[in-house]
Write a protein that binds this ligand. Structure first.
Ligand SMILES: C[S@@+](CC[C@H](N)C(=O)[O-])C[C@H]1O[C@@H](n2cnc3c(N)ncnc32)[C@H](O)[C@@H]1O
Length: 267
């Protein structure tokens, strides 16, 4: 098919299904160009949690290895942050199976996790099995409080200036990440509170500009120098303390490797 025929076919398909336009507008190359235009000269930097002494002993549990699971290293990051910075109050946006909050719960005094209510998920046409999987790992945990609502309209008043660490892992569109980040800034207990975003990277190396655009738009410019992508994980972290960092290098040779022992913990 030549280019003109392809263009005509694409226009016909877009007219039939306008949502297809998002495939172009949300293409990572397009978003990267938007990011570079909006933040010219900004160099993404990366921190390495495995330089921290706390990383010498790490046990990640539970880990489901199911569709949409975070990377093991994302849960390692949350655990390390909680241990290293003595996080007392943890709050996350996006519960799903409760896997992230279950990983963090043993290391904090109290944890709050917000998700869209089951009924809302039903109205959105989500299938029943997906809805049932929500809170699977967290429903029985004593120090975890489940909150229900849309992060855009939820009444955050009781949690303002209360949280040591806020983990943003709900809707990953640029607009939602920007909005949730603005919310998270209000939830910080102090200027020393930590922010973590999931899916700020597409994989262990590559940035995900859809999410990064939302983060950088919401975070005041004076905080940008303390924002890091996390090596070996999908997260970005705002660390008021700062961290040893380097500019991201894609397709770099491995500088370390891990050994993973797997143990089946029967449910
Ligand atoms: C990627 S999952 C969270 C995974 C979880 N943090 C973990 O690692 O185990 C995202 C969840 O956010 C919820 N969500 C999406 N948009 C939301 C919103 N606007 N407000 C609250 N929750 C939302 C979805 O229902 C979904 O369960």
């Amino acid at each position: 098919m030549n280019k003109v025929s392809k263009l005509l076919k694409a226009i016909r398909l877009i007219l039939q299904r306008p949502a297809l336009l998002n495939l172009v507008l949300k293409d990572e190359a397009v978003l990267k160009a938007n990011f570079q235009k909006e933040f010219p000269g900004l160099q993404l930097q990366e921190m390495d949690m495995f330089l921290w002494p706390e990383a010498a002993a790490l046990r990640i549990t539970p880990y489901a290895f199911l569709s949409g699971s975070s990377m093991v290293t994302d849960f390692a990051l949350l655990q390390l942050l909680c241990r290293r910075y003595k996080v007392a109050t943890y709050l996350e946006i996006g519960t799903w199976r409760g896997e992230s909050v279950a990983n963090v719960a043993p290391f904090v005094s109290e944890a709050f996790t917000l998700n869209l209510p089951d009924e809302t998920l039903r109205q959105m046409g989500q299938n029943e099995a997906y809805i049932q999987s929500h809170r699977f790992f967290s429903s029985q945990l004593k120090n975890v409080t489940h909150l229900f609502g849309d992060s855009a309209t939820f009444d955050w008043t009781p949690y303002q200036q209360k949280c040591d660490l806020i983990f943003i892992d709900g809707d990953h569109s640029t607009e939602a990440v920007q909005r949730d980040t603005q919310t998270a800034l209000q939830l910080r207990k102090s200027e020393n509170s930590i922010l973590v975003w999931h899916d700020a990277k597409a994989d262990g190396e590559y940035p995900r500009y859809e999410v990064l655009l939302g983060i950088y738009r919401a975070l005041p410019q004076e905080l940008h120098s303390k924002l890091y992508l996390v090596k070996h994980a999908l997260c970005a972290v705002y660390l008021p303390d700062g961290a040893e960092a380097s500019h991201i290098a894609l397709n770099a040779l491995p500088t370390r490797a891990f050994e993973i022992e797997l143990k089946n913990i029967n449910l």
